[in-house]
Design a protein around this ligand. Structure first.
Ligand code: HEC
Length: 202
């Protein structure tokens, strides 16, 4: 119910004539969290563009919203109305006898549902700020917020993708756009350390 109310509010704000100023978590944690509710139905409304396997048994699926995709495609700035979103699903891989199960293409097989999803939402620019995205982590099965503390960790890490507007996987999204193929990406490093695929082509 709460989420429905938040959506209705966001809808009203979007049709009003004054541009919406979405607060950052640093300015106003509650306002920022309210502007970034659980992205209901994202699997239907957003585009899957990459799946990343990591040797520590994590599989991650990456989705982009239509407005963010259009912005990258047309090399325009992301819209700041609240609907430029990225979602990454964090799955554990299935295993048996202490080995990860592999499919016919030798990719890891994710469990049925992700444990959490991480979301980024482009917000309006604030001069001098590096936090022009709202971030949030949700439990997939309940839609509850995972906890505020890790939001600072998100930035501590995503700041190294500043040149790509804080989106690590932008080169991968560009390859998806060029090929029309969901990018399946085996990163040889654990956690979320960077691999070659994160880097812009020379
Ligand atoms: C230690 C570094 C690190 C931390 C901490 C981290 N991320 Fe990421 N994130 C990455 C990397 C690297 C990728 C690219 C996908 C991959 O390689 O797994 C990524 C991908 C994403 C994406 C998809 C868009 C993109 O940038 O490619 C979103 C959304 C995202 N992270 C949100 C979050 C949120 C929200 C948090 C905190 C709750 C968080 N991340 C914490 C490194 C990190």
């Amino acid at each position: 119910m709460k989420r429905v109310a938040q959506y209705a509010l966001a809808g009203l704000l979007l049709v009003s004539s004054t541009p919406v100023r979405i607060p950052s978590p640093q300015e106003n944690p509650d306002g920022a969290a309210a502007a970034l509710p659980y992205p209901e139905h994202y699997r239907e409304t957003m585009t899957l563009y990459a799946v990343v396997d990591r040797p520590d048994g994590m599989v991650r699926k990456l989705y982009v919203s239509q407005s963010a995709l259009k912005a990258v495609q047309s090399k325009q700035p992301y819209p700041t109305s609240g609907d430029a979103l990225y979602v990454i699903e964090n799955y554990r891989a299935q295993s048996a006898n202490q080995k990860y199960l592999l499919d016919a293409q030798r990719h890891m097989v994710p469990k049925d549902i992700p444990e959490t999803i991480h979301v980024m939402q482009r917000r309006a620019n604030k001069a001098g700020a590096m936090d022009n995205w709202n971030v949030q982590s949700f439990f997939y099965n309940t839609g509850e917020i995972e906890g505020r503390a890790n939001l600072f960790e998100c930035w501590a890490c995503h700041v190294s993708a500043e040149k790509r507007e804080f989106v690590f996987s932008r080169p991968v999204l560009q390859r998806f756009l060029a090929s029309g193929q969901v990018q399946r990406w085996d990163c040889p490093k654990i956690n979320r350390q960077l691999c070659d695929q994160h880097l812009d082509p020379p």
